[in-house]
Write a protein that binds this ligand. Sequence first.
Ligand code: NDP
Length: 338
Amino acid sequence: NKQVIFRDYVSGFPKESDLYLTTSTVSLAIAEGSNTVLVKNLYLSCDPYMRIVMTKLEDNNLFSSFTPGSPITGFGVAKVVDSGHPEFKKGDLVWGTTGWEEYTLIQKPETLFKIHHTDVPLSFYTGILGMPGMTAWAGFYEICSPKKGEYVYVSAASGAVGQLVGQFAKLMGCYVVGSAGSKEKIELLKNKFGFDDAFNYKEEQDLNAALKRHFPEGIDIYFDNVGGKMLDAVLLNMRVRGRIAACGMISQYNLNQPEGVHNLMHTIYKEIRLEGLAVFSYFSQYSKFLDVVLPFIREEKIVYVEDLTEGLENAPAALVGLFSGRNVGKQVVVVAKE
Ligand code: NDP
């Protein structure tokens, strides 16, 4: 059983060497009456929150840290190899929290979602039909309270979550601008995902000026994936009763001391609603989410770009690459295809 092991708690930017590969043996049958499920991992999801749990966390109600010396865990798509749980049988396809290894014994199979729709790529259950998809859906439709014609800004817009938020906003009839960190990503935003406009934040000296150029009338909705200086600049450009979904703050995850946000007074001046999102709170609405998003995929109203990396040996580089923007679209590690 090839495994990706967490070396030790990380400070600053994560490196490939913070993870290492080992091989151990695994029994492919589970003990009778154990109520567990043994799965073969097919696709593993690289998600920015995984940097947060590489730190030794205290007082965090949402996450628990990775354990040094053990395989890291994350969302993935897997196939049931053996089951002691009445609700799962050999051959079932599932997605949920699993280990970064070839085979994982799932102690709490109740946390897994069964995959019933296989007319779409299975890897989509790490992205558009999994946790990031739920994030975009809940963040945009629930937290942002969007209306037709509103001005929407999305940061980290070409990624797993951002590309969906932009497309949901276009379907709603909004005017949508996204930012991302390379020319290739800007092209994708404009030509593949149908954003009205896009800019490379790395080429902007003055983020406030960049936002004023793209939103001369101001921003109604900001879907924040990055936090930090971008959030500060957005606060200066919000319209009255605008909404900000605080989804992620990837610009802060590698800093030992997070940057301050200076313009929060504007939430008062403009009566802005800034609301944090924890996607786990929406997992109970998964079937409602599928009812909305599966037809979007089948009717080709939405496209989804993935960045597939083959092999567990390349998984550390794929995960670490999220923090330099190496991934173009949803970063997935392919462990096995079936
Ligand atoms: P992405 O697929 O967008 O990958 C991360 C991207 O972030 C990189 O490709 C890079 O793109 C960008 N990035 C990296 N460092 C910085 C930086 N310092 N400043 C600005 N951008 C940076 O990730 P996801 O779509 O999976 O996640 C997006 C955000 O949503 C993250 O903050 C994540 O933590 C959050 N999230 C929150 C959830 C919740 O429940 N609240 C659930 C899921 C995700 P670029 O080239 O554009 O810089």
